[in-house]
Write a protein that binds this ligand. Sequence first.
Ligand code: PEP
Ligand code: MG
Length: 575
Amino acid sequence: MIQLHGIASARGIAVGPVYQFQQVNLVVERKSCPASDLELIRFDEAVQAALNQIEAVFTKAKNDLAEEQAAIFEAHRMMLQDPELIESVKKTIREQSVNAEFAVKQATEHYALMLEGMDNEYFKARAMDVRDIAQRLLRLLLGVAAADTSSLSTPSIIIASDLSPSDTILFDKHLVLGFCTVEGSETSHTAILARGLGIPAVAGCTSEILKISTGTQVILDGTQGILILDAAETVKNEYIARKSTLLQRLQNAKSRCHAAALTLDGEAVEVVANIGNLAGAQDAVENGAEGVGLLRTEFLYMERETLPSEEEQFQAYSRILEVFGDKPVVLRTSDIGGDKELPYLNLQKEMNPFLGVRGLRLALHQPAQLLYPQLRAVLRAGKGHDLRVMFPMVASLSEIRQARQALVDCRSQLLAEGQIVADHLQVGIMIEVPSAAIMADRLAPEVDFFSIGTNDLTQYTLAADRTNPQLAYLTSAFSPAVLRLIQNVILQAHHSGKWVGLCGELAGEPLALPLLLGLHLDEFSMNPPAIPLAKEILRGLHRSDCEKLVEEALKFESAEEVKNLVRERMPGVAA
Ligand code: PEP
Ligand code: MG
């Protein structure tokens, strides 16, 4: 048996034959074309045809996916209409008297390389979208047909060097058992689409996978990030059984997702959602969320050229709050910087953006542009709802005091202006910087709640970039070092009578649920699709068993040992 490891990009198991998918290799030559007008017309026609094609892809995406994921193709359409990109191609055609193909290749590659060169995983991943558009334009100009996604005729695991978002969506989803690629990351659009389609995916695999012949039987484990070759019949059957149990379990869980998560001791556990926009809010409600533990507000700032106004923010927050009525919604103030860069802010280039001016630090550096308009919008939108505000990337007590003061100032300003504001807002902080976790006893009296951000807390505790696939073995929130910090945070918060949530990816991990229950976490916040299963698992747990489990887990040295312990002690959880 051969196991090839990659990045677990979309959960689930697939067992079946491989289908090797190859992009058409387009050869673009530079040709001298003194008749620029003709080339400009050819280019305009290709853009128009590409826009029509994208419209068709967008329509298919809207049928197969949530609005949020389908919007990727809306972004393609916008990129293709970007005046700067269009002008840069036309300028090359005119000034260099070259063919449209060459000009397209040059301009789009320049754009893609610029995105790839950014210290930011989000923009790096967007380079793939630019190349997707470029391929489309070039195929139209060269008169070459696209690699045929429709030639897939039997259910298969698609293996490719890389998959563009368009390829990913154009496959017949009933015939795709899984995706496995050499390129890509957890944040690439292909991974996002695979998760949206509910298809397991592994990215970042060795190029050895490209040598596996079409038709070869393999096992793809998107939860662990493994592709297995030459598996014995017993292993294969084990995976097939796991897959069907998983499916059955998911269906049962979904049918009960609107009921409370009562543990075997009869305690109700609060299960809420992480969302990033209005579509996420609807998704959360459909999956049984009891509120929102993390509303990421970056969506308001992305893919635009200026900051959102207070009014725009007020409207957007109000629409989301409407969906939840009087259920709690924790809104996190902007967490820009690190992997979430905004070109229009012209932020100073930093050697280590993850250790730089991000989150609350940036908001406090630019209060008039960032913090004040957002807090004013929050205070206005909160009236009549259970809206809570939370600050990201807090590393010290003084930051909390400054942020709270800003909130007080905004409230006074609004009242003086005669505006209607929320009477009381709970104020909390993310615990995602080790200093905050260590100093939890001093920070707790200053806030109403904590929400632990294990994604960042793990990368900062282990000094391992969360977006670097080579360090995936280190960046596990199951690491006993992280679990010990979580334990301290919860103990200290409870000592001060404050509640604690967890909104990092860990809260949605089935294996983590008994540990977090045993640690007395108050609120579990996760991506909406993870909610039904999490509730179902919590319903099968006794707090006292979980406490014993934690005691043992905290004695271990590695994340793997901790996970194995949960698998062993609570086989039902991991199934
Ligand atoms: C976290 O760091 O765990 C978190 C929830 O925040 P984000 O993933 O948005 O950085
Ligand atoms: Mg974070």
